[in-house]
Design a binder for this molecule. Structure first.
Ligand SMILES: CC(C)(COP(=O)(O)OP(=O)(O)OC[C@H]1O[C@@H](n2cnc3c(N)ncnc32)[C@H](O)[C@@H]1OP(=O)(O)O)[C@@H](O)C(=O)NCCC(=O)NCCS
Length: 159
């Protein structure tokens, strides 16, 4: 398996892959992926196996707080899960963050997404304490705007 930054030629494959991530992943427009490939490729790694894109992470370093990287989407093809693909992709983003001197990776998740919850904890993320709990997952109310309650996970990284 190869881990490489997202490139424009791989956008159609990435879109096909992310379309399989419903309902936890919302597919964005093609020009959004162009932006990720052109401006954010080092934090948007793809996993390629036998020429096929089997996983990807879409993440961005914050301009408001450059010590932070936000992971927007994380996806492994359903036929290739539990084989360490997300682990390898997140490790790549973590290494990049470390090279930049960043201190924190973070992401939001839906509390009903149990595989994701298990994956974040296994990868060293902590579920940030919020103001309510659903099935043992801590939620921060209105995190992404009115009514948009989210489970927030963070992982501190060293440089
Ligand atoms: C969550 C998701 C990204 C995990 O990807 P993955 O490539 O299967 O994850 P990995 O193989 O790297 O798993 C690393 C560890 O996480 C944990 N884990 C991952 N999936 C798990 C599951 N379904 N149940 C329990 N633990 C799980 C395990 O500890 C695993 O290590 P192990 O297989 O050695 O036990 C994948 O299930 C997925 O694409 N889901 C759909 C999209 C989505 O929900 N994305 C997240 C929201 S943005």
């Amino acid at each position: 398996m190869m881990i490489a930054p997202l490139t424009v030629d791989r956008i159609p494959d990435v879109e096909k892959l992310l379309a399989l991530g419903e309902p936890y992943i919302k597919l964005r427009g093609s020009s959004d992926y162009w932006l990720y490939a052109k401006l954010f490729s080092t934090t948007c790694p793809v996993a390629v196996l036998n020429g096929e894109v089997v996983g990807c992470v879409i993440a961005f370093r914050s301009q408001d707080d450059p010590a932070e990287i936000y992971l927007q989407d994380v996806m492994t093809h359903p036929d290739h899960r539990r084989r360490g693909i997300t682990r390898a992709l997140v490790d790549e983003v973590r290494r990049q963050g470390s090279r930049w001197g960043c201190q924190r990776l973070y992401l939001t998740s839906e509390p009903v997404n149990r595989p994701a919850h298990a994956a974040w904890l296994a990868l060293g993320f902590v579920n940030v304490e919020g103001d309510s709990q659903v099935d043992g997952v801590s939620l921060i109310s209105n995190y992404k705007g009115p009514g948009k309650h989210r489970a927030v996970y963070e992982c501190l990284i060293g440089s």
